[in-house]
Design a protein around this ligand. Sequence first.
Ligand code: DAH
Length: 347
Amino acid sequence: MTGPEELHGVTLLAEEAAALAAMADASSVAELERLRVEWLGRRGRVTEQLRAVGTLPADQRRTAGQRLNALRALMEKRLDARLAECARRDLEQRLIEERLDLTLPSAPPAVGRLHPVTRTRRRLEDAMVRLGFSLFEGPQVEDEWHNFEALNMPAEHPAREMHDTFYLPPPYLLRTHTSPFQVRSMKAAQGRLPLRVFTIGTTFRRDDDPTHAPQFMQMEGLLLDVGIGLGHLKGVVRQVFKEVFGGDPVLRIRPSFFPFTEPSVEWDMQCTLCGGSGCRVCQNTGFLELLGSGMVHPHVIRAGGYDPELVSGFAFGWGVDRLAMLAYGIDDIRLLYQNDLRLLNQL
Ligand code: DAH
């Protein structure tokens, strides 16, 4: 050991001077930490000496204490300064090593897709617009007259039984079908011809089972002009079917009854799942009921402000959710509204 050395007024032993030099030169946080423990830790060399000051002869205690405290302060200062230096250098190093390379191709974004009901709705809209029909929207909160009376369904009419709905303060209710749009669009057209309109929107009924949801979506078309007959209805409906299902679907027309059409016809399509041989989806009939339609009843034409002696027209309506079920092979309508990604990712 060489002789004592002087630094900032503190007399240093050679070892202490070497330690201070090592602290100034240390090149890593770990090394600084090791030096701190060795000298200033609980069992550190300076700490132990400080603890021993009390055992020195009384006349030496003061100088020894001062020297050691000054040494400790000096070491702390060195260590802290060097530590900050090392931390800054480590950070710079990391910034260089971990720098983002913006020229790398990025991970492909997760692309969502439209809900099957929305896709079906858009296909229907496209088909109708291509056929020259324009969109006309009516209110979801409807009044009783437009929803029932104007469509030939007076208060006591038995057909109302199938249209139980959510009633609001009279005369309002949540519309049970899109058919009120017939009278509303006729009134809006103010006698102009031809009237070629369609609507798509939410409808409500007090129903809840695998094939009926209390809130569902319907699409409805109306064509009014001079000399319109069932043949025009057949042509338009066949074309819409073709566009929505692709190919040339096998269709069947049956006589039916709706209060607002006369005559009324319903349309069935050969089951797309079993090809007509019978399955669970078509309940072994080989056909799927799809659509109600008919020639607009004279009372309805009159309610819309037209003269049924001069003009005639056809209307048709069907459930968009139901179409989506068939197009995507879903056997429970409620699945369409649960937003379960396990299902939606398959469609
Ligand atoms: N509104 C009927 C329903 O909700 C469906 C319907 C039947 C609409 C015949 C029509 C039609 O336009 O002509 O069940």
